[in-house]
Design a protein around this ligand. Structure first.
Ligand SMILES: [Zn+2]
Length: 309
């Protein structure tokens, strides 16, 4: 039986960790977090899992390491990590690395999904690595059926979030200093990332859907229910907890937003995403310039046929 990987793609600071935790709470589903950071940050640097333990000592990931043959060889892990980084940054690395390196990346990535599935006993994995290029490079892996959620946050909310830099605090889930980003840098990166996500999702057809972060925050239950219906997940208990303002337990996402380091997640409205005024209009105009039809509609508050929420 194929492993189903529901891959959350889009730009950072868009709520992917929240969606990963919520979907990963369904029965027979496991939320991996940002799996593209598993080897580099988790195994090679020993950064903490969401449970608070260093990834190599986590009760789940330590078992994954035992079940994943590549993890026995540290130099092979470094080589794999280097290709993973390339695959994050560039689409179709097949033409940029040797055939041997491409096969190495694909084979061991498939083995990693297999090892996780075996250890956690789930055939559905949630991954919030976000990079659309990684998704493109992983499509067609043997034994892995990829589906995608393109998660889009309004550019104004992202700019506001990226203005706030973060100081390194590994125990709180911030591995290194994250400098403040200018509006111009953020808008350019947001647009490029969402454009790439849109293209890969378009190629995946009905194996992808679009979710808007603002809708997820303002109407979480209906948003999660629609995603659950589309992918055949049972989110009954999670949605009941959200509707009652009850916390959702956080398990072992391996990397992602620092909120994953809390024991529980309580979903509440993010005021930053509701920013309005002259600056917002100015940012939107820049973001809209040259953007695709669907992104323009997203920015102007419209919807398209592929949007589920
Ligand atoms: Zn853990």
């Amino acid at each position: 039986m194929s492993i189903q990987v529901i891959y959350i793609t889009g730009f950072g600071r868009s709520g992917s960790t929240i969606l990963d935790i919520v979907l990963g709470s369904a029965p027979n589903v496991f939320g991996c977090g940002e799996l593209n950071a598993f080897v580099r940050s988790g195994l090679l640097r020993g950064e903490p899992c969401s449970c608070g333990k260093p990834v190599p000592d986590c009760s789940v990931w330590s078992e994954v390491v035992k079940a994943w043959p590549l993890a026995r060889d540290k130099s092979a892990l470094r080589a794999y990590s280097s290709i993973v980084d390339k695959a994050d940054r560039s689409p179709l690395i097949r033409s940029r690395v040797s055939a041997r390196a491409w096969d190495f990346f694909r084979r061991h990535s498939a083995d990693l999904y297999q090892a996780i599935s075996e250890v956690v006993g789930a055939v559905v994995l949630i991954e919030s690595s976000k990079s659309p290029h990684r998704l493109r490079n992983l499509l067609g892996l043997q034994g892995v059926d990829f589906q995608a959620i393109h998660l889009i946050r309004d550019v104004v909310g992202v700019v506001s979030s990226m203005h706030r830099g973060l100081a390194a605090d590994p125990s709180a889930g911030v591995a290194k200093d994250i400098p403040s980003r200018s509006s111009f840098q953020t808008v350019a990166a947001w647009r490029a990332s969402n454009h790439s996500a849109e293209r890969v999702c378009r190629d995946m057809g009905d194996r992808s859907i679009v979710v808007h972060m603002e809708q997820m925050i303002s109407s979480p239950v209906s948003t999660f229910e629609q995603v659950a219906r589309h992918y055949g997940l049972d989110l009954t208990r999670v949605c009941a907890a959200v509707a009652a303002n009850q916390p959702i337990p956080i398990h072992h996402p391996v990397a992602g937003n620092r909120l994953r380091m809390q024991e529980n997640l309580v979903i509440r409205q993010d005021a930053a995403s509701c920013e309005s005024g002259a600056r917002s209009d100015w940012l939107r105009r820049i973001a809209v310039f040259g953007a695709s039809r669907r992104l323009r509609q997203t920015l102007m508050g419209g919807t398209t046929s592929r949007d589920v929420c």
